[in-house]
Design a protein around this ligand. Sequence first.
Ligand code: ATR
Length: 272
Amino acid sequence: MLDSYAVIGNPISHSKSPLIHAAFAQQTQQSMQYDAILAPLDGFQTTVTHFRQQGGKGLNVTVPFKLEAYQLATRLTERATIAQAVNTLKFENQEILGDNTDGAGLVRDIELNLGIPIANKRILLMGAGGAARGVILPLLQQKPSILAIANRTRQKAEALQQQFMAHGNTVAGDFTSFSDQQFDIVINATSASLHDALPDLPAHVFANNALAYDMMYSHEPTRFLKFAYDNGVRHLADGIGMLVEQAAESFFLWRGVRPQTKPVIALLKTKI
Ligand code: ATR
């Protein structure tokens, strides 16, 4: 029987993970199966238990179950503990290992695929929800000169800053707090792009040669990326690279083999 993996979420039909992992498996010649599982909103744990009983080896976890996966894990990696969210489960005997590969995926995409070192850069991170929380520690570990966390609801940004201040130079505010400052890397981790909305960001926060990075993706450039382009930014990236890189991290955790991501990113761009 083939080793079996899946992505679990609700909704799930839009997920690109089966395509990505099939490409990784083919490229690395791993014999495995990877499916998409729609779990009922109140049935995450039951669905995971059933998958394990069928011999499942690991799961990617997506919206809205990352917190439940965090609670279900019997052992957590440091990055999952700090993110308070799990996007990867690995089943070994009685143990359920919970990991979070999102932040590592973002860092690898910025540094390796886009070729922009994070060290000594000024970063503005927009958003203070689960998506933002998951990437703060991995970003700080690359030693940016500052990480500013900006959120519509200022208190949530301040709470995150309090939590992470021991790990690096961080400040917090709302979108107008940094209107007199400029940043080399501006990352949109809000869910605004999902609703075709634009956070209320001052146009001049982009430094010369800045990178504008939207963790979301769609077949059209997001409102944030259009806004950045209209204000002179020429390094633009959406979340496709991060999506493939976080998948590669999960694949590595499960299979012990690191797939090449560039051809899979290129493949995905033709499918969005
Ligand atoms: P996720 O897990 O995707 O981060 P979340 O925890 O619901 O989802 O957080 C959504 C984030 O997007 C929050 O930072 C939210 O700002 P608030 O904390 O003020 O709600 C932000 N967000 C959503 N829609 C937005 C919009 N139209 N403009 C600015 N920020 C927005």
